[in-house]
Write a protein that binds this ligand. Structure first.
Ligand SMILES: Cc1ncc(COP(=O)(O)O)c(C=O)c1O
Length: 362
């Protein structure tokens, strides 16, 4: 049995008539930038998170940069980010002129925690960006401790659409939350797209102006902005896919539960209820050998991420404290197939193959 890491073609085939109709609507209506589909998607995605406002933009990376600028973060400000994340979290900080300060992560959850942030906090720290990595949520009580101590908090929710912490949706603990709709994400566009959500509509409005050439009216530009807008076409496709997100999220949770049942004392990175399982990650010694054996059985895997931020060449050049927990995780993490249409039989085949590979590489 061949089991790809993620079968986007199968997912899109399952809703193909709806996607085709959305494409048709946009081409006929010619609303390619802005328009009804964008407004509807911004409202619906905010509503899905029980938040009052959201602004679409060109990518999750842009969403982070726009939110930082809308929060007034810039030159000289230090922004704490976890060492275990996609590089975009760091890029956004540098692109607004601020200084990324890399913190280590909890050795088990691979998320930021109070101790790791406290270890790198200085009097110049203005922001912390907790990343809800793999769709696992950074505890909201920890996030609220940071807020209460005077820090701005930006949730990097690129991998955690509609995830919850003790029943509360992502985006409710920080000042704003940023999402990516990169195609492979839990809610993916058919291209690049992103969004900033916040409980503060004024913050969202500021991000909207910045994302649209700093304009308040068509040809009057109050401040330096840039061009990062959500396309009408992507919004229309996302509107379709958003109606399926509750079912896809429930499916991911059931698949993760099945993996956990089959690997009870096993190697999975732990999560709390409400996680949405963008990735299903195990920690394995001799990863390359295990990965090769799975590949020989026709099973696709990924590595998120093979290097910590502290090990990325351009970030090494900035200096910073070592992050041994993240570095160790980067050497061991292996992402197993996770796709909302996976069957129990497919999960069983992955686990059987993994168990054989672990036994033979021990
Ligand atoms: C944790 C995290 N932050 C930020 C991003 C950036 O999103 P995008 O690729 O849409 O720019 C991603 C996505 O790849 C991500 O996984």
């Amino acid at each position: 049995m061949k089991i790809p890491f993620l079968d986007l073609a199968r997912l899109h085939d399952s809703i193909r008539p709806e996607l085709d109709a959305a494409f048709d609507r946009v081409v006929k209506g010619s609303s390619f930038i802005g328009g009804g589909e964008v407004t509807a998607f911004e409202a619906a995605f905010a509503e899905a998170h029980e938040l009052p406002a959201g602004v679409g933009c060109g990518s999750g990376t842009d969403a982070l940069a726009l939110a930082l600028r809308a929060l007034g973060v810039g030159e000289g400000d230090e922004v704490i980010i976890p060492s275990m994340t996609f590089v975009a979290t760091a890029e956004a900080v540098v692109h607004v002129g601020a200084v990324p300060v890399i913190a280590d992560v909890d050795p088990s959850t691979l998320l930021l925690d109070e101790a790791t942030v406290a270890a790198v906090r200085t009097e110049r720290t203005r922001v912390v960006i907790p990343v809800h990595l793999y769709g696992h949520v950074v505890p909201f009580d920890t996030i609220r401790t940071w807020r209460d101590s005077g820090l701005l908090v930006l949730e990097d929710a690129a991998q955690s659409h509609v995830a919850t912490w003790e029943g509360e949706l992502v985006g409710h603990a920080g000042h704003a939350a940023c999402f990516s709709f990169y195609p492979g994400k839990n809610l993916g566009a058919l291209g690049d797209a992103g969004m900033v959500l916040s409980s503060d509509p004024a913050l969202v409005e500021r991000a909207r102006i910045l994302a649209n050439h700093g304009r308040r009216s068509k040809y009057l530009h109050d401040e330096l902005g840039w061009c990062s807008r959500l396309d009408g076409l992507q919004a229309a496709l996302l509107n379709v896919k958003l109606t399926h997100l509750p079912a896809w999220t429930a499916a991911r949770q059931a698949i993760a539960a099945h993996y956990a049942e089959r690997l009870p004392d096993g190697p999975l990175v732990p999560w709390t209820p409400g996680a949405v399982h963008h990735l299903l990650v195990a920690r394995v010694p001799r990863r390359e050998a295990v990965q090769a054996q799975l590949a020989a059985d026709g099973i696709g895997t990924g590595v998120h991420y093979p290097a910590s931020l502290a090990q990325q060449p351009w970030l090494v050049a900035l200096g910073g404290a070592p992050t041994p927990h993240a570095d160790q995780a980067a050497a061991e993490v292996l992402s197993l197939p996770m796709d909302p249409l996976m069957t129990d039989l497919e999960v069983d085949a992955v686990v059987d193959s993994l168990e054989r590979a672990l036994a033979s590489t021990a």
